[in-house]
Design a protein. Structure first.
Length: 425
């Protein structure tokens, strides 16, 4: 049995007890109010989801299990995955064991590759990714054991099995989609002994003479794992899993939400926006030209992609991590310089628009320029990279929810007339 399982055997039953006892003693305590504005405003600010993997305070940004993101930037994504699941960073031996376990789980059944080969080439890479995850569903341990009458207390064990299998395999699926979609030649088999993100980089087949792309991929995968429970991908996946749908269904559902332009697809939109700027001005523009271009985007009714956030009210620490990486590794790359320039120009414009609550860059405003610099120029692929990493957070949240036997999600809806009546209008 892998060490991650042993560790969770120690941690999760206690977590379950903790939640259960707290629910018994404080079930009636009031923790907030629901306003009409929140119901009409995408439930903004409504505290209604339990998520212990990470937290996003508006004035600080991502904190994973009590550790601010800034302190995790040099960690491998596997280490963050262990942290998400257990609440602690792994020891060297635990990390090595997790990596070995993931490596042993990565074989992809042939039906999945046949599914990929059968898709039309203009299928969006995110759609292909979701379809391939669904093609793996027939392997679900959770569904099989549920059909056999598994006990409730064993749910998380089966969830964990599926989760580890899925996390082990998503880089291979994603790399294969990249090579297939852009006619880059046959799939590249994983290289034994490489870490999870390095293997993903390797299987994509990007030339990497000085290892810069591999370093970027490690950072990229570490930064995108989790962002608490209320964002569209996490919340969707969580809701689907609460019906006891297995992790394949639930992760695919979450990734379908990630594929929206207001969420994870923004990284694709950002790069396209930056390329449009470079094309229009024949290279990097002046600040005045950039200012005008941004204003034109806004007056045409579009958003400035990569700026603003539903929760954050400061510069996203994930943005800062990528900015620092770019300053060190590729300070003179034109798209990177442009992304930096946008950071100097756009917040001042957005601050002048009263309705915009957060004028600052989020992670999507800068992840693409890094990829572009290393040769991943196919912008429509970018959200897949986000999804590979986010799968870790989605499944970690799922395992924890199963551990405390969270019931099926079922908030109550209300009609407009009912809402007016409740508001005394
Ligand atoms: N450019 C133009 N308008 C923006 C804006 C931006 N970058 N950010 C917010 N606004 C607008 C909203 O569209 C909204 O307008 P309407 O009232 O006319 O609909 C208004 O400002 C208020 O929005 P808000 O309360 O500040 O932000 P929301 O919580 O509603 O939305 C988000 C958050 C991220 C969807 C929004 O800021 C946005 O669309 N940003 C650009 C897309 C983007 O970068 N998404 C990625 C987010 C990170 C991620 O999930 O990956």
């Amino acid at each position: 049995m892998a060490l991650i399982h042993d560790k969770l055997e120690q941690v999760l039953p206690k977590y379950h007890e903790n939640v259960k006892n707290f629910g018994k003693t404080h079930g009636e305590a009031v923790i907030g109010q629901i306003t009409v504005g929140a119901v009409l405003g995408g439930q903004r600010g409504m505290l209604s989801l339990l998520c212990d993997t990470s937290l996003v305070p508006a004035d600080k940004g991502l904190i994973i299990r009590g550790i601010p993101l800034e302190q995790l930037c040099d960690k491998l994504p596997e280490e963050v995955f262990w942290l998400l699941l257990t609440g602690e960073l792994p020891s060297k031996a635990e990390l090595a064991d997790l990596q070995k376990d993931l490596e042993a789980r990565r074989a992809i059944p042939d039906n999945v590759w046949k599914t990929l080969d059968s898709l039309p080439k203009d299928t969006h890479p995110m759609a292909a990714f979701s379809i391939l995850i669904m093609a793996l569903e027939r392997e679900s341990v959770f569904r099989k054991r549920y059909d056999e009458g598994m006990k409730k207390d064993d749910y998380w064990h089966a969830m964990l099995e599926d989760s580890l299998n899925l996390v082990a395999r998503v880089p291979d699926l994603a790399a294969a989609i990249y090579r297939w979609r852009y006619d880059l030649g046959p799939r590249i088999a994983p290289k034994p002994g490489l870490d999870w993100a390095a293997n993903y980089a390797y299987m994509m087949g990007i030339p990497d003479p000085d290892g810069g792309f591999t370093r970027l991929m490690r950072l990229y995968m570490t930064l995108h794992t989790d962002h608490e429970g209320g964002n569209v991908s996490a919340h969707t996946s969580h809701c689907v899993a609460s019906a006891l749908s297995d992790p394949y269904y639930s992760v695919a559902a979450g990734l379908n939400g990630l594929a929206g332009p207001l969420h994870g697809l923004a990284n694709q939109e950002v790069l396209q926006w930056l390329l449009d700027v470079l094309e229009k001005f024949g290279g990097n523009p002046s600040d005045a030209e950039l200012d005008k271009f941004a204003h034109d985007t806004l007056t045409s009714g579009r958003v400035i992609p990569g700026y603003g956030h539903a929760v954050l009210r400061v510069v996203d620490p994930r943005f800062i991590a990528f900015l620092n990486f770019g300053k060190k590794e590729c300070p003179n790359a034109p798209v990177f310089k442009l992304a930096e320039q946008v950071f100097n120009v756009v917040p001042e414009i957005l601050k002048g628009i009263q309705k915009i609550k957060d004028p600052w860059p989020n992670v999507d405003s800068i992840s693409g320029p890094r990829l572009y610099h290393y040769g991943v120029t196919q912008t429509r692929y970018y959200t897949v990279l986000f999804g590979v990493s986010r799968a870790m957070g989605l499944v970690a949240q799922m395992v924890m929810s199963r551990a405390w036997n969270e019931p099926i999600e079922r908030p109550k809806s209300i009609t407009l007339d009912g809402l007016k009546k409740a508001a005394g209008a």
